[in-house]
Design a protein around this ligand. Structure first.
Ligand code: ADP
Length: 286
């Protein structure tokens, strides 16, 4: 137990509300609403749930949002790539989401590489991943941006800190490497082949967990007084669980919970990316 103060809970709602109100004002001043299209090529219930959340949040800030559901006969890499290429060419579309995972047998890398990087609001095109490492302008994945924004909102310093990321995914771990380096943290990235995960996570002053394994981080794996950001999101026996065990969180100086921490900010950041993509396009067409 952290014997000083109870941990600060890094709630996402106030951060998301601030971003949404800024976006609403920006969108209200746009001559036409920014338009976001999501491509769906699977039959997973959770993908539909995510898309519903994105649609509701888009409606609140005035972003036009549409889901294009690919017919089952077009659940192929080539067909989805072609649809992406069409959307790239469509001047009325400013942002494109390829909802992952694609149905079995499809190559998501090949589909993502077809995206126009300037419409890639999930920040998954290799050019955008590369830009995140070099701190070049570009669209960053919403979850990674949300983590950095949440820490900034609560004045959690990163400069000089030992930051440990668990997970090397395209949407969290990889872009965070560049973003946390840019914030002057000392960055370690752990993954499935990390030999002694606990010895790495125990050294973390800022621990960011994005492994998708509920309860992976137990109390013995964290240092007293660490800042812990949980981005896991799994349904276990009808309950939403993060990657960090609640017994680990009580040792923290501050933590972002699941649900209620990074999640709400992530959706707001997706819309921020859409508005950014829209403004970039307009700026380059005047
Ligand atoms: P997400 O979408 O949450 O980022 P992915 O499924 O794309 O998740 O990636 C999961 C990441 O978590 C991978 O990089 C994987 O190596 C890492 N990971 C999963 N389980 C463990 C584990 N037990 N120990 C360390 N890393 C893990």
């Amino acid at each position: 137990m952290n014997d000083m103060n109870p941990p600060i809970v890094l709630l996402g709602a106030p951060v998301a509300a601030r971003i949404a109100s800024e976006l609403s004002a920006t969108v209200a001043a746009c001559p036409i609403p920014p338009r976001l299209v999501a491509l769906l090529a699977n039959d997973r219930e959770e993908s539909r749930t995510y898309l519903r959340k994105k649609a509701e949040a888009a409606a609140r800030v005035g972003v036009a949002f549409a889901v294009q559901e690919m017919p089952r006969s077009e659940w192929t890499t080539a067909a989805v790539r072609n649809r992406v290429l069409q959307l790239n060419q469509d001047p009325a579309v400013h942002g494109i989401i390829v909802q992952l995972p694609l149905a079995d047998g499809m190559e998501s890398d090949a589909v993502l590489a077809a995206l126009d990087p300037q419409k890639d609001v999930d920040g998954m095109h290799p050019a955008n991943t590369g830009a995140s490492l070099l701190a070049f302008p570009g669209l960053r994945p919403a979850t990674a941006k949300a983590i950095v924004a949440l820490l900034a909102h609560y004045d959690i310093p990163l400069a000089g800190k030992r930051a440990v990321i668990v997970g090397r995914s395209r949407i969290v771990g990889k872009p965070l490497i560049g973003m946390l380096l840019e914030a002057n943290a000392t960055v370690t990235v752990c993954h499935r082949q990390t030999r002694d995960l606990a010895s790495e996570t125990r050294r973390a002053e800022v621990l960011i967990v994005a492994a998708g394994t509920p309860g992976l981080i137990t109390a013995d794996m964290v240092a007293d007084g660490a800042v812990i950001v949980d981005t896991g999101w799994s349904r276990v026996e009808g309950k939403i669980r993060g990657d960090v065990d609640p017994a680990a969180l009580v040792r923290a100086q501050a933590y972002a919970p699941v649900p209620g921490g990074v999640g709400p900010v992530t959706v707001a950041m997706l819309l921020a990316n859409t508005v950014e993509a829209y403004l970039q396009r307009r700026a380059s067409h005047v």
